[in-house]
Design a protein around this ligand. Structure first.
Ligand SMILES: [Zn+2]
Length: 114
């Protein structure tokens, strides 16, 4: 089975791919928007493009947050604190880290915080 570190690397690869996809989509929208405003300011498509832009920008923000969590997990690997609950200092079970390699708390502490 995957070790938590493998899961973390896979999550990072996945997030990077998602970010690249989202950036392509944003670049395409930017082009579409540019063509549109040069064309006609009152294009009825304008609202749709803006809504799509907001949606994809929201996805991008989510992916960036995910990557920040993954980077922080790699920092913990380097510091030797990966897999240790930041609240109680207990070891986070391997199974939890395989599913959520960016987890910073054990299940008990994570549930208590909600
Ligand atoms: Zn804990």
């Amino acid at each position: 089975m995957d070790s938590p570190l493998d899961a973390l690397r896979a999550a990072r690869d996945h997030a990077r791919r998602r970010l690249a996809e989202v950036e392509v989509q944003l670049a395409q929208l930017r082009d579409a928007r540019g063509a549109e405003s040069a064309d006609d300011e009152h294009d009825p498509e304008g609202g749709t493009l803006s809504a799509e832009w907001s949606r994809i920008e929201g996805v991008r923000v989510g992916v960036l947050a995910e990557m920040a969590g993954i980077d922080a997990a790699f920092d913990r690997v380097a510091a030797g604190t990966f897999g240790i609950c930041e609240t109680c200092g207990e070891v986070i079970p391997q199974g939890r880290l395989e599913v959520r390699p960016t987890a910073t708390r054990c299940v008990r502490c994570a549930e208590r915080r909600q």
